[in-house]
Write a protein that binds this ligand. Structure first.
Ligand code: ZN
Length: 309
């Protein structure tokens, strides 16, 4: 039985802690025992749904005859999530699903929606990982492969745009930031940024170091996203409360300073356990929780980048 370990051990307060509690077959057991609550936030012409395992952004179609959803939550919560989304918009199907990356919390609705005929859009590496059985720093065991119906039908490269409901939607690839398949999406008309996995609020992001992520990639993602936002941009993180562009820039500064501190620790010959003891991020505990796992993974990822084995 697979079991998600990372956030469960170290983070207990966010809506994601519920979603991170289990995976695959164990999810169904947990789902039977739990009543999940899907909550929604009105963003004026768009909604964010929380409680299914990750933040889910959605807008109604105009000529598309169906909804656009960005990320799909965990499989066990998919029915509740999709029911809430369709009720909100009074539409009877999901026309397009976008996966910001391949993790189970984002791709749990793929098989159902794909079988129902939805377009599924994701980075080309997301499709590659979903076609295979993959491991992660996020959970024990393996995830996938998904059934063919759940695989992306349109794959994206490094950057570009596509249209939905008459709106242009810009996207960009964020290499090695949280997984090895992260994209962000930006809606200029709504001035809304969906960050994907590299940005979390209320908890530290997972660096999926078994999947190519490293602290330098995370920092580079913040630099890219920092160029997309203005002060008042609505920023939807992968997990946790919605923030502004100004908040994102503050977080960029936090990670920039942390990266410098980490490099200094590495240069002094410190190991991950020593670095965790340095309490480099303790001033942020109230906002993000215990940083121990994040620091440990960040240190290991930097060590690997500088001293490959
Ligand atoms: Zn993820």
């Amino acid at each position: 039985m697979n079991k998600l370990i990372t956030r469960r051990k170290f983070l207990t307060t966010s809506s994601c802690a519920l979603g991170a509690a289990a995976l695959e077959e164990s999810l169904f057991q947990d789902a039977a025992a739990q009543t999940i609550e899907i909550t929604r936030i009105d963003l004026n012409h768009a909604w964010v749904f929380q409680g299914a395992g990750c933040n889910v952004f959605a807008i109604p179609g105009i000529n598309e005859n169906g909804v656009l959803m960005i990320d799909g939550g965990l499989t066990a919560h998919s029915d509740a999530l999709i029911g809430a989304v369709l009720n909100t918009f009074g539409q009877d199907r999901v026309h397009t699903l976008v996966n910001t990356h391949w993790h189970p919390e984002q791709t749990g609705s793929n098989e159902r929606l794909g079988a129902e005929g939805a377009n599924i859009i994701a980075h080309e590496k997301t499709r590659m990982f979903l076609e295979n059985s993959v491991m992660s720093s996020l959970f024990d065991g393996r995830y996938g492969p998904l059934a063919d119906a759940g695989l992306p039908t349109m794959t994206l490269g490094s950057s570009g745009s596509f249209k939905f409901a008459g709106q242009e939607i810009l996207y960009g690839y964020l290499p090695a930031a949280h997984s090895e398949s992260d994209i962000f999406l930006y809606f200029p008309i709504l001035d809304t940024l969906i960050t994907g996995g590299p940005v979390t609020t209320g908890e530290w992001p997972v660096l999926d170091i078994r999947h190519g992520a490293w602290i330098g990639g995370l920092l580079r993602a913040y630099e890219t996203l920092g160029q997309v936002v203005s002060a008042d941009t609505t920023v939807i993180p992968a997990h946790g409360p919605i923030i502004s562009g100004t908040d994102l820039l503050r977080m960029r500064a936090m990670y920039t300073n942390f990266h410098l501190d980490l490099a200094e620790q590495l240069n002094l010959g410190m190991g991950p356990k020593d670095t965790v003891k340095m309490a480099l991020l303790d001033q942020y505990v109230d906002d993000f929780g215990d940083p121990s796992l994040f620091i440990d993974h960040a240190h290991r990822s930097l060590q690997r980048a500088y001293v490959p084995d």
